[in-house]
Design a protein around this ligand. Structure first.
Ligand SMILES: Nc1ncnc2c1ncn2[C@@H]1O[C@H](COP(=O)(O)OP(=O)(O)OP(=O)(O)O)[C@@H](O)[C@H]1O
Length: 345
């Protein structure tokens, strides 16, 4: 649905040239929710705005729904952009227009009749749960409701792609969850492809099927959300993931564990066992006790889920004979879990 190839972007500013995008290649499949995450200044806004050429790349090609946007003239580009809706952090509503008229605006610009506009706007307001507020002005509704208007307006021209530029960053956690739920519903029911940028892993966790991690103008990691969450391959990803699941043991737990290991001496290990998806359905800890005669003590653990698929990690203190400990690690790895030795006696 979306293909970015060899994208470079330089901004000319008073302080000199800024190389904001450095050779980005990205493919987004039809019907998926694709999340782009990174810290402030990583290049997320520049990248998402490249998809509809709000930001024309200095180098590279942009193809959306089979059309090479970078090769279109101005009129053809205007038409192609109707296939791409966009929502923004600060909603960008016109304060002088009612909710209804904000959603109607892109249809007026496209030249539809009053009746055709009404037939399009009312179902959209129903879809986003605002049918009762059609005649209110933006100043008379909440932030979450404003973003619902933004979503309805973005869908007015029946786009194939919806771009979201930090659409929930100005909202509280509960409203964020509701708006993300609405985006998932739209993705499922309308089959709309969604690309969203965010600096919060919570947002990715709730809605993105796949994600790309950006740092200094480049994509440093990408993949299926559960796979990246359970086995992050880049330091930037690990740091961002700390927000949903800290990778380090709390200092008090670690101190207690180290004291236990010192007291026990050789033959005691502290493992970090990470699991994701199906591997969490098997009674593996019970297996270790039964099969390898280990003495196990779970000292810390965290379980979360990515859209209904569990992932997490356990800090396990394991005591037993050297060969049994090694065989147990192989057994866990064979079952698809990751085992790291954090400390040993
Ligand atoms: N109009 C501009 N002129 C000059 N430099 C710019 C401009 N817009 C962005 N930049 C620079 O380009 C780089 C990428 O910025 P961008 O806004 O794309 O990052 P971001 O990941 O979206 O950050 P944030 O989350 O803070 O918005 C930064 O170094 C930024 O300072």
């Amino acid at each position: 649905m979306i293909e970015l190839r060899g994208i470079h972007h330089w901004y000319d500013s008073a302080g000199g040239r800024v190389h904001a995008l450095r050779g980005v290649n990205l493919t987004v499949q039809p019907g998926e929710v694709f999340g782009i995450i990174g810290r402030s200044g990583a290049g997320k806004s520049s990248l998402v705005r490249t998809i509809n050429l709000l930001n024309r790349p200095t180098e590279g090609t942009v193809t959306v729904a089979g059309q090479a946007l970078t090769q279109l003239d101005a009129a053809a580009l205007r038409a192609a952009r109707r296939e791409i809706g966009m929502i923004f952090q600060h909603f960008n509503l016109l304060s002088s227009r009612t909710v209804y008229d904000n959603v109607a605006l892109p249809l007026e610009l496209a030249g539809l009749s009053r009746e055709a506009i009404r037939a399009r706007v009312m179902p959209l307001l129903e879809l986003v749960g605002l049918a009762g507020l059609a005649q209110r002005y933006p100043a008379q509704i909440s932030g979450g409701q404003k973003q619902r208007v933004g979503i309805a307006r973005a869908l007015a021209n029946q786009p194939k792609v919806l771009l979201s530029d930090e659409a929930t960053s100005a909202l509280d956690p509960e409203t964020t969850r509701a708006i993300l739920g609405l985006l998932r519903e739209i993705n499922r029911e309308l089959g709309l492809t969604i690309v969203l940028i965010t600096h919060q892993m919570q947002v990715i966790k709730q809605v993105a099927h796949r994600l790309a991690v950006m740092e200094a103008g480049e994509i440093v990691e990408q993949g299926d959300t559960l796979a990246v969450f359970s086995q992050p391959g880049h330091d930037v990803t690990r740091r961002l993931l700390d927000e949903v699941m800290p990778s380090e043991l709390p200092p008090a737990v670690l101190a207690r564990v180290r004291a236990l290991i010192r007291a026990d001496g050789a033959g005691t290990r502290l493992w970090r066992v990470s699991f994701a998806g199906e591997s969490s359905d098997r009674p593996l800890i019970a297996d270790l006790v039964r099969r390898f005669g280990l003495d196990l003590h779970i000292v810390h653990g965290q379980i979360d889920e990515v859209q209904g698929r569990p992932f997490g990690n356990l800090a396990v203190l394991a005591r037993g004979a050297q060969e049994s400990l090694q065989a147990a690690v192989r057994h866990l790895q064979g079952a698809g879990l990751r085992v790291q030795e954090v400390a040993h006696g």
